[in-house]
Design a protein around this ligand. Structure first.
Ligand SMILES: [Zn+2]
Length: 91
């Protein structure tokens, strides 16, 4: 269980607003280490980690993008994952 002793301040000023649902989904995938960015080229790569993927999906379900339903959020995650390969085309 997380402690409530240190509540985080509002993030609106510190974090850029995600422009759309797919941008939000990509951020979730990065946050949960489902995908990583190639350190040389910045391409997003699938880490092929099913456990990380299910954590990201659970997080998306319980904390969906504003104004989107959990189903739409999971759909966006599937969408984004569908466009991500596991090797960098430039490496
Ligand atoms: Zn690369």
């Amino acid at each position: 269980m997380k402690s409530n002793a240190q509540r985080r301040p509002p993030l609106e000023a510190a974090r850029p607003a995600y422009r759309n649902l797919n941008g939000w989904a990509l951020a979730k995938l990065l946050e949960h280490h489902v995908v990583r960015e190639c350190e040389h080229h910045g391409h997003v790569l699938d880490r092929a980690d099913p456990a990380a993927c299910s954590r990201a999906r659970e997080a998306a379900w319980s904390d969906p993008f504003p104004c989107a339903t959990p189903d739409e959020c999971l759909g966006a995650i599937d969408d984004v994952m569908g466009g991500i390969g596991d090797t960098c085309p430039e490496c």
